[in-house]
Design a protein around this ligand. Structure first.
Ligand code: ADP
Ligand code: MG
Length: 243
């Protein structure tokens, strides 16, 4: 458990009863590039509560992807602790970390990373079946999710037969297929035109509101950032609250 004193002062806490679903504490991350060490994160603190939507707005190269990868247990920090739902993840085995990543966390990337040889619905069914759901249950949930995201007439299309915006909506459906508690989206509309981008984001926000999921979205789009509950940026390796 995280005691109240350890909660970072920068965070807005919407519900005093709730504990953060994600707590990054004293995170350092550096990369060695030849003789130079790039210090990307230096003691970064960030807490996200269930149901919160947070925009991570920072220039290219600031460390947004690094922060999301650390938060999503895809990369280990050089120092500090990542708590997912109060669990300190640094002391876990790789298998336990993988399990938390599969169950608690959904990830959406700038490029969709869908399985190209499978249809839209199969892309959303497969992670659920890996998790242990029956094909019938997984198909039902995939149909509901894709329908919710405006893709009910695209279920059997393969990714190559979908537009960029449709591909990203399938990627969102896949990321939330196993009902994670935390969704991390790394410039999910970075490749889309403004109108499509708006469409994808509306779908994402509705889904977040309907499910009580917490979401962190790295984005350059200020209109989108303005609609999130909080906006944060990266400055000198720290997460800083905007507004
Ligand atoms: P952003 O997502 O905000 O554009 P990144 O987190 O991708 O930024 O990268 C932050 C900085 O760290 C960049 O300068 C990038 O070149 C560097 N970087 C990222 N990953 C690596 C790596 N694996 N090895 C070396 N440098 C890296
Ligand atoms: Mg990035």
């Amino acid at each position: 458990m995280i005691s109240a004193e350890r909660r970072p002062a920068t965070a807005v806490e919407p519900d005093t009863q709730a504990l953060p679903i994600l707590f990054l504490h004293g995170i350092d991350r550096h990369y060695r590039q030849g003789d130079v060490t790039l210090e990307i994160l230096r003691g970064a603190e960030l807490a996200i509560w269930p149901g919160q939507s947070v925009a991570l707005v920072a220039p290219s190269g600031a460390g947004k992807s690094t922060l999301l990868h650390v938060a999503g247990l895809l990369e280990q920090p050089d120092a500090g602790e990542v708590y997912i739902d109060q669990i300190a993840t640094s002391v876990l085995s790789d298998a336990e970390r993988t399990r938390i990543r599969r169950i608690e966390i959904g990830f959406v990337y700038q490029f969709h990373h869908l399985l190209m040889e499978f249809s839209a619905i199969e892309n959303v069914i497969i992670p659920q079946m890996i998790r242990g759901l029956s094909r019938q249950e997984a198909t039902q949930r995939a149909t509901d999710l894709l329908g919710y995201l405006g893709l009910k007439d695209r279920l059997s299309h393969r990714p190559a037969q979908l537009s960029g915006g449709e591909q990203q909506r399938v990627a969102i459906a896949r990321a939330v297929a196993n009902a994670p508690r935390l969704l991390l989206a790394d410039e999910p509309t970075g490749n889309l035109d403004p109108r499509t981008s708006e469409h994808v984001f509306s779908a994402l926000t509705q889904l977040v509101q309907a499910s009580g999921l917490a979401v962190v979205v790295a984005t350059h789009n200020m209109d989108i950032a303005a609609r999130m509950d909080r906006r944060v940026t990266l400055k000198d390796g720290l997460v800083v609250e905007l507004d």
